[in-house]
Design a protein around this ligand. Structure first.
Ligand SMILES: Nc1ncnc2c1ncn2[C@@H]1O[C@H](COP(=O)(O)OP(=O)(O)OP(=O)(O)O)[C@@H](O)[C@H]1O
Ligand SMILES: [Mg+2]
Length: 348
């Protein structure tokens, strides 16, 4: 049995159809029109202990809804979730001992008392043995700079302080699984680094299972080997992050800055295998432009051959070669330009 087993899981929400304003609200009282929104649509997922899984997708894809069903906050419309064999909604108390969760948009700290007292309350609620509590607090203090703000009440924390305090709060009881819903949203680079380092630490040192949603794909490159992409409630990719990179790392883009216009360049490039020039760039070059981005497949032609061909046709002032970042790849997946499932099959 795997630690997390999700079978044909769906969640449908009933959304009220209201016209804007007070008039709309009053009208709705009488007409009561609704539409059903299938936020999560028959997903299957199996996660083993110690895995770090990135769960990504565009806004509204169903990520938070999935995490809420996994944590037991929401009841599925159909399908099942088993966490170590438990139903997280029915076995909420036992499940709570096993899991920690941070929803970046909300806090679980008490607003009016110092963070340190929130932590003591959590210790009491979860019945954390004193030595475990002390040890965790000491480690978290070091990794998350807790000393800077542990004496402040929840309401006085900056966003970055709050997020770090929330992470610590979610992990004080040594949960086996941690669900993180956008834990780095709105944070500066230094605090992001801290949080990534901390998540990495608990994943590596304690084999804590991590399921992480984020729009900052830097988070996932640092932390996760496995990537799951959800779009419109359906899982459209589940596999190694590296496989995605391998499939698309073959694409390179040569950016060139020409000294003089070279309208003939497009014809030269057109003759090379595996090279493509965007329509806008083609037009720009033909009408005397001095910049172009030339995409090429490095399995079909080397960077040297592409650069050489450009050099023979034009004088270059500057050039650079880009490889696609995971961010660009996933943006194209969201836009429907590439089919990852297909591409991943192609390389394996
Ligand atoms: N309580 C609710 N009632 C009605 N509809 C909801 C509710 N919660 C979510 N939805 C709808 O379900 C869909 C999925 O929402 P969800 O919050 O899971 O998306 P998400 O992938 O987390 O997006 P984001 O990246 O913006 O956080 C959206 O269309 C949303 O409007
Ligand atoms: Mg969300």
């Amino acid at each position: 049995m795997s630690q997390i087993e999700v079978r044909e899981l769906s969640k449908e929400f009933r959304q009220a159809i209201k016209k804007p304003g007070l008039k709309g609200a009053v009208q709705h009282l009488f007409t009561q029109q609704y539409r059903d929104k299938l936020a999560v649509d028959r997903i299957n997922l199996t996660i083993e202990q110690g895995e770090a899984v990135a769960y990504v997708g565009p806004n509204g894809a169903g990520k938070s809804t999935t995490l809420k069903m996994l944590t037991g906050i929401l009841v599925p419309t159909s399908g099942s979730v088993r966490i170590d064999g438990l139903d997280p909604h029915k076995d909420r108390i036992r499940n709570a001992q096993k899991i920690g969760a941070v929803f970046g948009q909300r806090t679980q700290l008490w607003w009016d008392i110092p963070v340190s007292e929130s932590f003591s309350l959590i210790r009491d609620i979860y019945e954390i043995p004193e030595p475990v509590y002390r040890e965790n607090l000491a480690i978290f203090t070091e990794l998350l700079d807790l000393n800077d703000y542990i004496h402040l009440s929840g309401r006085k924390l900056s966003l970055g302080q709050r997020m770090r305090a929330d992470l610590a709060a979610a992990l004080l009881h040594n949960p086996e699984i941690v669900y993180l819903d956008e834990p780095t949203i709105g944070l500066d680079v230094a605090v992001k680094e801290k949080i990534r380092g901390f998540i990495k630490h608990i994943n590596r040192e304690h084999r804590t299972t991590i399921m992480l949603t984020t729009h900052d794909l830097g988070d996932i490159e640092d932390l996760c080997r496995r990537l799951v992409i959800i779009d419109k409630g359906r899982i459209i990719y589940d596999g190694e992050l590296q496989a995605v990179k391998d499939a698309f790392a073959r694409e390179r883009v040569l950016h060139v800055q020409l000294k003089e216009p070279a309208p003939g360049l497009t014809e030269v490039l057109g003759r090379l295998p595996g090279v493509s020039l965007g329509e806008a760039d083609r037009r720009a070059i033909e009408s005397g432009g001095k910049q172009a981005a030339v995409a090429f497949d490095r399995f079909l032609i080397s960077a040297g051959d592409v650069a050489g061909a450009v050099l023979r046709a034009a004088e270059i002032v500057d050039f650079r070669i880009d490889e696609p970042s995971i961010e660009q790849i996933i943006r194209r997946v969201y836009a429907g330009e590439i089919d990852l499932a297909q591409a991943a099959k192609g390389v394996s």
